[in-house]
Write a protein that binds this ligand. Structure first.
Ligand code: PLP
Length: 359
């Protein structure tokens, strides 16, 4: 792919790595590419990070034809720059875009754009252990008309944000509120697609949970309000007796790459994993009789997020004394070990960047 480069006159000052937060700072450059029905994707370019100018009638602002991805670049102790399973993000982006009638970004184009931009911006990957460069690719409709139709023009963009350790004061189990009325997605809807609309629909549930004093919301299925789907922006796993159970991918759950990686790592260790329907009653009952050993979320941002407390219909259950359990801890150590190049990558998940990725 031919990528045009527009250089900035002055580079930004890089933030203090201690106070990074997540998604607060953005690097010097972004990748852009435009789509129209005549030319397809065109005008691939890396340009200074700056505001967009779009029409108030831009389709995305009214009808939310938009999808995104989220992955990270890691710095190893030897100073190598690496990505974790980026082809899975590229493929999921294609699936999301098909659902939302967005033009797909071919896998090789997605990967090349990510590699070139990250390599150019590699000095922005913070040096403090367990900090990363978060990569946010997204695509949105840009037709300027209020008519409801599939847009004819689009923009694909990738921005980068140096991000701090998700657990600056150590990994601490969170509390979860089970939402009984509102739903995030239904089968046949857009639950499996990583689209902004799903997030807009989930905000009310999240703020309800927060009002009641809980960190995150757990969503049940949209039809019976009975089966567990996922938590906030994470997939969810339970350890019941010696088995790990997680909701199967049914079309309304986001197919997480962390989820998939955890399942592989567990199976490699001969730990039994079941992907199946799990009712909230089953979890509450396992919590009462002590067979529920652990509960944790999985996602790129936190990697593994242990859950210490769950509330459903006014009943609160404490899990593993609100401590991190051994399965969660082991998955966290394994995954972050591979991602940061401290452990061997037996599953060929790592893509290292090198001078071939220079613009
Ligand atoms: C992105 C996301 C996840 C986690 O996916 P990963 O690929 O593991 O980061 C889970 N649920 C939702 C709703 C998401 O948007």
């Amino acid at each position: 792919m031919d990528i045009k480069f527009i250089k900035r006159d002055v580079l930004k000052e890089k933030p203090q790595t201690i106070k990074l937060g997540v998604g607060k700072y953005f690097t010097d450059y972004m990748f852009l590419m435009d789509f129209d029905s005549q030319n397809g994707w065109n005008n691939a370019r890396i340009v200074p990070y700056e505001d967009f100018s779009i029409s108030p009638a831009s389709a995305v602002l009214h009808y939310a034809q938009e999808t995104f991805e989220g992955l990270k670049a890691y710095r190893t102790p030897e100073g190598e720059i690496q990505l974790f399973r980026p082809a899975m993000n590229a493929r999921r982006f294609i699936n999301s875009n098909k659902r939302m009638c967005l033009p797909i970004v071919p896998e090789d184009v997605f990967l090349e754009a990510v590699r070139k931009l990250v390599y150019l911006e590699k000095d922005w990957i913070p040096f403090i252990p367990n900090t990363t460069l978060y990569i946010r690719p997204f695509v949105f409709a840009t037709d300027n008309t209020l008519g409801v139709h599939v847009s004819k023009t689009y923009r694909f963009c990738i921005i980068l944000s140096p991000s701090g350790n998700y657990f600056p004061t150590g990994m601490k189990p969170i509390s979860i509120y089970v939402e009984e009325e509102l739903v995030r997605a239904v089968i046949g809807g857009t639950g499996f697609a990583k689209c902004g609309g799903n997030y807009a629909a989930s905000l009310l549930g999240q703020s309800k949970a927060a009002t009641q004093g809980y960190d995150q919301v757990l969503w049940l299925d949209g039809v019976e309000h009975k089966y567990i789907e996922e938590v906030g922006a994470m997939n969810i796993m339970f350890v019941i007796n010696d088995e790990v159970v997680t909701p199967m991918l049914n079309g309304s759950i986001l197919p997480g790459i962390t989820r998939d990686s955890c399942i592989t790592l567990l199976k490699n260790k001969n730990i039994k994993v079941s992907e199946r329907r799990i009712s909230i009653e089953e979890i509450m009952s396992a919590g009462r009789d002590g067979t529920l050993k652990e509960m944790f979320g999985t996602g790129t941002a936190a990697v593994i997020l242990p859950v210490g407390k769950i509330s459903y219909k006014g009943e609160e259950i404490t899990i593993n004394n609100q401590q991190i359990g051994p399965v969660a801890q082991d998955l966290f150590d394994e995954l972050t070990g591979i991602q940061f190049g401290r452990k061997s990558d037996d599953n060929n998940w790592i893509i290292s960047l090198n001078s071939n990725d220079k613009l």
